[in-house]
Design a protein around this ligand. Structure first.
Ligand code: CMX
Length: 483
């Protein structure tokens, strides 16, 4: 194991300690005092100066401390294990999974406000509040966010026209990225920068743009869905009395779901909460962070993140999983209600590997256990759709794939990630358009990367510009013979 991964493990151990009952307790971030104002911007305005002072003092006292060592393998190996970014909103522990401002997924499920009338899943509005402030919001604070987003949701006409004119063979992720880029006509950050606003105010404009963009995303996403799969039917109006996910579900055309106990909206609430953030080094978060460091406005940053998320090794894996599952069931002749032996499934997985492909939805660059985002989706399925034939296949794969990957001996993590499960849940409720799945991932990812962007501007993070070297230069640096 590299010195750096040892260091990062030591750092994560320092943040954790066992309490008197032996339960793992994680140090909450310093901002976790509660504020009663329901206005998110006012709460931030109170928190930001304190955090600026704390970090300034930390850098003055410890700025020259060495925290790691870089090897040639790391430089060639996609910078794995290299600590090179400050990202405040979430931290990923290889063995435990993601924590949002110190809170695990089960803790968020327990603590964050739910939809009125018996909702069981956390509202993404609450998660966004938590990411921005480090504080678990009250019901009133979450209601304020829902209303704020409803009031900012309208799309400018040029974006609607653009979406209506895209060819149907343009992938939904390309449509999302292009529409978000075109939305930057609305950027108050870009306008303020052009007018020469001072650095101290950058975060306020980043905040306004982020709130506007998050509010508009479900409308853009629903429009893409309706244009491609529902003959361009109208997405309908936003109801300011409903939460962000319920409005999104209605706009997608799943309003009837309310008569069936609102399970699809509940699934969306869970989905949009758990896909939001996965610390700073993943492709979408890092891309947004990098582009933002050039002071590109939040629309441009998020569009860049969407383009990264559209890669099959990242967010597009959830689309790939469904295609792979469907091919597996067809090829092995698994009908509704039927099962196939573990042995035949194992052969199929080996075929995938031997043809040079990856098993989509398995493995991870940082995680070394089952992704808790997978686990909570599995729990949702066990509760709401235990007999769904596709879910049964997903469960069987969970039993079979890890042993095959271990036997192959290449993947460092043989366990499933978030993408191994999400599609099967969406499909159960009638969303069978697999090409669309990553758009939902993107809508959620906006919460994390934009919350961080507000803080990046508040903390005055500089232009990101790591040093690169050519192979010849690296060889010379370590004293290797060039030939
Ligand atoms: N199936 C087959 N081989 C796999 C594998 C999988 N699921 N996961 C990793 N490997 C292979 C890698 O391709 C690599 O092979 P080579 O040495 O031939 O290049 C080797 O195992 C070592 O890879 P690793 O260090 O374990 O994993 P990386 O950090 O390089 O990659 C990831 C991580 C996610 C890209 C990889 O596990 C993968 O391709 N998984 C399938 C795609 C997927 O599910 N992506 C979604 C991730 C979550 C998300 O971002 O949404």
């Amino acid at each position: 194991m590299s010195i750096l991964s040892n260091l990062s493990r030591r750092a994560s151990k320092l943040l954790k300690s066992k309490n008197a009952t032996g339960v793992l307790a994680v140090a909450r971030p310093s901002m976790s005092t509660t504020t009663t104002s329901t206005n998110l911007k006012e709460v931030l305005a109170e928190l930001i100066p304190k955090e600026q002072t704390r970090i300034k003092k930390f850098k003055q006292q410890h700025g020259n401390k060495v925290i790691g060592q870089i090897t040639v393998d790391m430089v060639y190996g996609g910078m794995r294990g290299m600590t090179g970014l400050v990202y405040e909103t979430s931290v990923l522990d290889p063995d435990e999974g993601i924590r949002f401002r110190g809170y695990s997924i089960p803790e968020c499920q327990e603590l964050l406000p739910k939809a009125p009338g018996g909702g069981r899943e956390p509202l993404p509005e609450g998660l966004f509040w938590l990411l921005l402030t480090g504080q678990v919001p009250t019901r009133e604070q979450v209601d304020w966010v829902s209303k704020e987003w409803a009031s900012r949701a309208a799309l400018p006409s040029h974006v609607v026209t653009m979406l209506d004119n895209f060819p149907t063979n343009l992938h939904p992720m390309s449509q999302l990225s292009a529409a978000v880029t075109a939305l930057n006509t609305e950027s108050s950050f870009a306008r303020a920068y052009a007018e020469g606003v001072g650095k101290a105010k950058y975060w306020e404009f980043a905040y306004e743009d982020s709130m506007d963009l998050i509010a508009k995303l479900p409308c853009v996403a629903a429009k893409i869905y309706r244009n491609l799969y529902r003959e361009g039917s109208c997405i309908g109006p936003i109801d300011p009395g409903l939460d962000w996910s319920r409005n999104f579900s209605n706009m997608l055309g799943y309003a009837d779901d309310a008569d069936n106990g609102g399970q699809f909206a509940e699934l969306l609430r869970l989905y949009l909460t758990i896909h939001c953030d996965h610390e700073g080094g993943n492709v979408s978060a890092h891309t947004s962070h990098l582009v933002g460091s050039a002071l590109s406005d939040p629309y441009l940053c998020f569009a860049a993140a969407v383009n990264g998320l559209a890669g099959p090794l990242h967010g597009l894996a959830n689309q790939e999983v469904l295609a792979w599952l469907e091919a597996l069931r067809t090829e092995l002749g698994v009908g509704e209600g039927e099962e196939v032996s573990d042995e035949r499934m194992r052969d199929y997985i080996w075929n995938t590997l031997q043809s040079g492909r990856v098993v989509p939805g398995y493995g991870h660059a940082v995680l070394r256990k089952t992704d808790p985002r997978y686990t909570c989706q599995r729990e949702f399925a066990l509760k709401h759709l235990p007999d769904d034939p596709m879910f049964r296949t997903v469960s069987q794969l969970y039993r079979v794939v890890p042993d095959v990957l271990l036997e192959q001996g290449k993947a460092k993590n043989p366990w499933p990630n978030v993408d191994a499960h999400s599609g099967v849940l969406l499909r159960h409720y009638g969303m069978t358009e697999t090409n669309y799945y990553t758009v939902l991932f993107g809508v959620s990812r906006a919460l994390g990367v934009l919350a961080q962007l507000v803080w990046s501007r508040a903390l005055g993070f500089p232009l990101e510009r790591p040093k690169s070297m050519s192979t010849d230069g690296l060889m010379a640096l370590v004293g290797a013979k060039p030939r």
